[in-house]
Design a binder for this molecule. Structure first.
Ligand code: M6R
Length: 365
């Protein structure tokens, strides 16, 4: 079943161009408009919504953070994002004017399911973004947006994440077009750019020798930091989770602007810092943050868009992603981080597909 790959995780990483393309193309009609088919998000529905709540766990939660950005940016609706285990116990402000979005690969995560039931009880409409057809979350939702990642076997979620991102962008763009908060031209620009994602992901996958080489370790891997600004922070969190769960390295993610407020105290000679710098308006700020950690001895791996070469002067190694709209970078920037985690875990001899203490879906509290 691994089709020649050594692990399910690396096979699933390579299945992302296909999963992203399926998730996307099934939701675009002949005129290249997002069609949500049966999903009820008409003008009337949206006029009745004054708030969106996105709730999920782990990687799906990280996809929700990007979803918040997209819905707020494109559709101009306020969004809150919460981890399901917090949401369900904190009596959140949810009523019949709330759209509740649950994100779950398996559709069986107990906390997510319980949060969904709580939101429903309070009158919210429930839309879920789910990979497994007919799963509990899907069955209990008013509407379902299925991701087309195909079965995900490895505990570390990869293709589920990128397809969840696509789903969230499509929901956000659809809402924006229905509400008229985005021009036709902007809408087309984003849809067209989304369509280039499968090829761009493939390009990163075809050039992974640098990452493999890196993973063989020129750094002190007792602890690893991921940092970024804007959308990059969310990807930093996802990269960090991936690394810790499969390689057992103590890894953290922070908003780079927070460095000086504490974390920089932990930087030592050779500490690996993965610095995401894909956002044009935050690029210079990230370069200064990279300088700050390097001055304290960090070994910095930068992630930047092709063409933004200035980072080479400050980072030790730079991993490039193909150029794209800043608003869509997470679909690409997560790929080198998935690969880096995978190769580090393999180099450390870890059981990549079945890391200790973890289950693929968490159906208990
Ligand atoms: O099936 P779900 O998407 O609801 O699962 C949520 C998390 O348990 C899951 O994403 C977990 O964090 C992964 N092991 C991350 O790689």
């Amino acid at each position: 079943e691994k089709e020649g790959y050594e692990h399910f995780m690396i096979k699933e990483i390579h299945e992302q161009p296909k999963g992203v393309s399926e998730t996307l193309l099934r939701r675009l009609d002949k005129e290249e408009k997002v069609t949500l088919d049966g999903i009820k998000l008409t003008k009337e529905d949206l006029d009745n919504i004054n708030k969106v709540y996105i709730v999920a766990c782990g990687t799906a939660y990280h996809a929700g953070l990007v979803g918040r950005y997209a819905i707020e940016k494109f559709a101009k609706i306020p969004v809150e994002v919460d981890v399901a285990s917090e949401f369900r116990y904190r009596d959140p402000f949810v009523d019949d004017k709330t759209l509740f979005i649950a994100i779950s690969q398996s559709g069986e995560t107990l906390d997510t399911l319980a949060a969904l039931r709580e939101a429903k009880r309070k009158g919210a409409r429930v839309l879920s973004v789910v990979n497994v057809v007919g799963s509990s979350v899907a069955r209990e939702s008013d509407d379902v947006f299925y991701t087309w990642a195909g079965p995900e076997i490895a505990v570390a979620s990869t293709k589920a994440y990128t397809t969840q991102l696509v789903a969230m962008y499509l929901v956000a763009l659809h809402m924006a077009s229905v509400k008229g908060t985005i021009t036709e031209e902007q809408y087309k620009e984003k849809v067209n750019e989304l369509k280039t994602m499968p090829d761009k992901i493939q390009k990163i996958l075809d050039n992974q020798t640098k990452i493999q080489h890196l993973a063989d370790g020129q750094f002190n891997n007792e602890k690893v930091f991921f940092m970024g600004r804007g959308l990059d922070v969310h990807v930093a969190h996802e990269g960090s989770l991936k690394l810790k769960e499969i390689s057992y390295i103590n890894s953290f993610a922070i908003a780079a602007g927070e460095l000086k407020h504490g974390t920089i105290a932990l930087i030592e000679d050779g500490t690996l810092v993965v610095a995401l710098a894909t956002q044009d308006h935050l690029y210079d700020k990230m370069l200064s943050n990279i300088q700050e950690v390097r001055a304290r001895g960090a070994f910095v791996v930068g992630v930047a868009k092709e063409g933004n070469k200035e980072i080479e002067k400050t980072a030790d190694v730079v991993l490039y992603i193909p150029d794209t709209l800043d608003q869509l970078t997470p679909i690409l920037s997560v790929i080198p981080l998935q690969l880096l985690s995978y190769y580090i875990a393999v180099a450390r001899g870890c059981d990549v597909d079945k890391p200790k203490n973890l289950a693929k879906s968490v159906t208990v509290e």
